[in-house]
Design a protein around this ligand. Sequence first.
Ligand code: HEM
Length: 498
Amino acid sequence: MTQAPTRTGEPKGFRSAELGWPELERIPHPPRRIPLLGDVVGVNRSTPLQDSLRYARQLGPVFRRKAFGKEFVFVWGARHAADLADEARFAKHVGLGVANLRPVAGDGLFTAYNHEPNWQLAHEVLAPGFSRDAMAGYHPMMLDVARRLTEHWDRAAATGRAVDVPGDMTKLTLETIARTGFGHDFDSFERSRPHPFVTAMVGTLTYAQRLNTVPFPLAPLLLRSATRRNAADIAHLNHTVDELVRARRATGGGDGDLLDRMLETAHPETGERLAPQNVRRQVITFLVAGHETTSGALSFALHYLSRHPEIAARARAEVDRVWGDTAEPAYEQVARLRYVRRVLDESLRLWPTAPAFSREAREDTVLAGEHPMRRGAWALVLTPMLHRDPEVWGADAERFDPDRFDARAVRSRPPHTFKPFGTGARACIGRQFALHEATLVLGLLLRRYELRADPAYRLRVTERLTLMPEGLRLRPERRTAVPEPASDLRRPVPGAGD
Ligand code: HEM
């Protein structure tokens, strides 16, 4: 299972499916396979995930795709995905898109191979940064950032303008992770264009996705100018992070945030600390992983709320009831928004914004009693399809219905059928952070605005390893009978520059 990079740059342990699956022939693949090229007819290089969803519907719960001589197995049937969640037999596989991020994120938490010692060290040093106490400490900062968003939306509402939902959610979530984790302010809401850090990040994610769509040895040649741009993007990300760390060292510490933990916390037993190069990788990891996916989740939820006024009304009634006329919700009042949380879960069911994760066999085994796998063989779990498996979610799985997440319905489903945050030891460390932030923000927006959709808009999903509703614009209208927390919502934001 070791996966150090080889001399060709490909992760060792990367097994094309022919090597890892002795009975590969039994697994269906798309029709019209072309020798050497593989399953390339009718695919779109910018939407590999949505292409896979299409094939999944045609080919069933376990299928394969081949591109440029390399074959991959995809899994989405609930029974098969549950089997892959067995930590005794399977582990995270760092492959495809994730491995392509290694040049920028190295052995940071998300991209580390299971055997790399820095994963365990960083996990133990950073996990307390996501404890309940830590989260309660982030809550006022999350409110400060949300206030910047509502100020921005208030201006749009006053003039009847539509807002760029994914753009604004990206500003919000970047500022939130930057402030709570690193005491940093990117001034996103003061900019008319995305912060250069965001542009560089989007560039790197898009490049990592494109690398999978060209024959591996030819990538440097075919993507020559993109490779050059990617190097510049990585240099920009590194530079931003180095400045941030330098500034923190110069001021001699923050208030115990993630960056303090990275720089100062020693492992409780070994006394070991994260090395400077690893700190750089962790900061980039958290800045990217900590905002891109939450931003998409909020955007999809707002899309569905705008399309389902009856669901929005029910969610809004809950916010009014639970928050009453409190100027600003306390930490504990966020988790009490049970229906809003269901709206979020249902959005993450249909569009889990990190839409796949890979699992590899720790030993020779048989997947769900059907498909033999050799040690090191791996498969991609296609979460949006797992979340639509009709055997679990019913024939109407495409329908948006937050009541699928009421407690009784959740209890009635088998385990491992809802996996937007991955699984096992390598599941998302920021899950509670994301859920708290997104529930809080949805609550604040529902309480303050009616969300008017453009009736002509049809959901289009853009892919850059993560998913985002493309071109989504909504017109926020201030509610007339809102419990008005006027004084607090106009309080200036410390350090925000206005
Ligand atoms: C809705 C929002 C989010 C979604 C859908 C999401 C999804 C995921 C998924 C699916 C994984 C596992 C990937 C794999 O198995 O290869 C993961 C891992 C991770 N996520 Fe998240 N995430 C979200 C928010 C966040 C936030 C807010 C943070 C940080 C503040 C974060 C930090 C991480 C890190 C560091 C890992 C790697 C954990 C490890 O391997 O030890 N994520 N996330």
